[in-house]
Design a protein around this ligand. Structure first.
Ligand code: NAD
Length: 268
């Protein structure tokens, strides 16, 4: 009975940015619970690795090049979905970029890139998936991968990233309210720092101050950074019937980060 609650057999998921990191972990995790998955990315090599991992669960994976910052490529992605799978039950909006800059120096171009590949792309994918879910009359689940940065300010040049994720929270709530009548649930996952390929690239870059690692850990009562795999259980839950009454929720998957007051501490 418990396993059935989380069973995604017969369902089709779309996951953006699934060649690496959180997107890859979630795409493979959804397949592990029975879903077939259409994945997209701009990294062709990574895409085929994720498709193979999905096949390892005896589920159907299909990869397509799609830059979610490009509207025509999003349209083409969903035409491909219709052709290959003919239905959609789950959408995971995972792609998200940062453009670190002092607020007074942030360029319009960088701002528009972060929001264009983030909240705007998430809206466009949600519209494509939502129209199909409404027409099919079976409901669905949309999961937006946000960040603790959407709920509190990080400083240190994260303005565009924080504003993008904050807007994603309101996209989540508004869609949840508007589409509840169709049985479409819309929720967001808010990770703390996650050790993914993209995050590791930043850790390895000359601009990263190694002292920051201690600061990250001081903000996470669970005492470690998250791993991409930590996002799988929450995503499967939100995608599944176990979350039938869960919509409009911003789910922290952050080891207690958002619970901790900036003046508090988890060590004595
Ligand atoms: N890693 C973290 O610490 C962390 C923390 C909180 C939230 N997040 C959020 O999680 C999501 C995934 O982050 P990650 O760390 O797994 O990233 P990542 O860089 O490890 O992987 C991102 C994937 O998205 C793909 N991608 C990038 N731009 C794309 C585009 N325009 N179109 C299609 N695919 C594109 C990349 O090729 C890559 O495969 C983002 O929304 C990020 O903001 C990450």
């Amino acid at each position: 009975m418990a396993a059935k609650l989380f069973d995604l057999g017969g369902r089709v998921a779309v996951v953006t940015g699934a060649a690496a990191g959180i997107g890859r972990a979630i795409a493979v995790g959804l397949a592990g619970h029975g879903a077939d998955v259409l994945i997209c990315d701009i990294n062709a090599e990574g895409l085929s690795g994720t498709v193979q991992a999905i096949a390892g669960h005896d589920r159907r994976g299909h990869g397509m090049h799609c830059d979610v910052g490009n509207d025509e490529e999003i349209t083409a992605l969903f035409v491909e979905l219709d052709r290959v799978f003919g239905r959609v039950d789950i959408l995971v909006n995972n792609v998200g970029h940062n453009a670190r800059s002092k607020p007074e120096e942030l360029s319009r171009q960088d701002w528009e890139f972060v929001l264009g590949t983030g909240v705007t792309a998430s809206l466009r994918c949600a519209q494509e998936a939502g129209r199909r879910m409404i027409a099919a009359g079976r409901g669905g689940s949309i999961i937006n991968i946000s960040s603790i940065a959407g709920a509190t300010a990080l400083g240190r040049g994260n303005l565009a990233h924080s504003a993008n994720k904050g807007a994603l929270h309101q996209l989540t709530r508004e869609l949840a309210v508007e589409w509840a009548k169709y049985g479409i649930r819309v929720n967001a996952i808010l990770p703390c720092q996650v050790l993914t390929e993209g995050f590791q690239d930043w850790l390895d870059s000359p601009g990263f101050d190694p002292a920051l690692m201690a600061r990250f850990l001081a903000g996470i009562p669970s005492g470690r950074l998250a791993r991409a795999e930590d996002m799988v259980g929450p995503a499967v839950f939100l995608a599944s019937d176990a979350a039938a009454m869960v919509t409009g929720t911003l789910l922290g998957v952050d080891g207690g980060n958002l619970a901790l007051n900036a003046g508090g501490s988890h060590t004595w």
